[in-house]
Design a protein around this ligand. Structure first.
Ligand code: ADP
Ligand code: MG
Length: 240
């Protein structure tokens, strides 16, 4: 049975989808079977970050409605040894399912993949409840800003109340220059604020941003520090 990793945040735009894409690419490069599932309902973008937007024909609603079997809706990323994506719907009003249906889909994904990485929505709402159903691990993404940290803590409490026992966080868009002059909280200060274990940090780097916009997760560029960083994060995820 594969593990379902739910990528979450309180505040939007903190880097959930970029993180999901790069983690998925890192694990998929290693030959682990990975399904990247976009559950940011109504706001599809993981397919663009993975450069697969022209290959998406069916989405998660087609699978849930029984229009096509799961394998028809999964789009293979041929650059990687073993990674597939499942796109979300662009039409939020079409997404009328109950939690049992989502759990059923997740169970099917778990039976076929080593890791199911669910790119979730921002905020505390019904979409969060649906997308986080039956998660084995929640990775909460935050940036080093007080608003983002407060929202991350709120999501942490919500996911805990929902019964997701394993929760870790990632500090994304880390800028050491701003931290060192005291205008942004340092990673050490953040670990004092957050109540759950730190999974890793990712620097602010325009290369991450530009690469994702070109449909190319930056970890595919071998030998840079970001690839090594994600390598360590993937090691920890595998060990959890
Ligand atoms: N570590 C980073 N360094 C620079 N830009 C980043 C980084 N992580 C994310 N971004 C940029 O921030 C924006 C939001 O990222 P995205 O992954 O779409 O966030 P979310 O899924 O949380 O809404 C995008 O423009 C993305 O390219
Ligand atoms: Mg996103």
């Amino acid at each position: 049975m594969g593990k379902l990793i739910f990528i979450s945040s309180g505040k939007g735009g903190v880097g959930k989808s970029i993180f999901a894409a790069n983690l998925g690419a890192t694990l998929g490069e290693r030959g682990l079977r990975v399904a990247l599932v976009d559950m940011n309902i109504g706001l599809r973008n993981l397919d663009i970050y993975m450069g697969l937007e022209n290959n998406v024909v069916f989405d998660v609603t087609d699978v849930l409605n029984g229009v096509v079997p799961l394998e028809k809706a999964l789009v293979r990323d041929k650059r990687l040894q073993a990674a597939w994506i499942l796109a979300t719907t662009q039409r939020k009003e079409k997404f009328q399912y109950d939690e049992d249906q989502i759990c059923g889909l997740y169970a099917e994904l778990r039976s076929r993949f080593d890791f199911v990485i669910v790119d979730g929505p921002a905020g505390v709402n019904n979409e969060l409840r649906m997308a986080s159903a039956s998660a084995d691990l929640a990775v909460i993404i935050t940036t080093p800003e007080y608003v983002s940290l407060r929202d991350a803590d709120m999501i942490d409490q919500t996911l805990r109340a929902r019964g997701i026992g394993r929760r870790v966080y990632v500090v994304n868009k880390v800028n050491k220059n701003f931290m060192s002059v005291g205008v942004l909280p340092t990673v050490e200060q953040i670990t004092g604020i957050m109540k759950i274990p730190l999974l890793g940090v990712v620097q602010y780097d325009d290369a991450i941003h530009l690469s994702a916009n070109a449909g190319y997760p930056i970890v595919l560029q071998k030998g840079n520090y970001i690839e090594r960083n994600f390598g360590k994060i993937a090691d920890r995820i595998i060990a959890l």
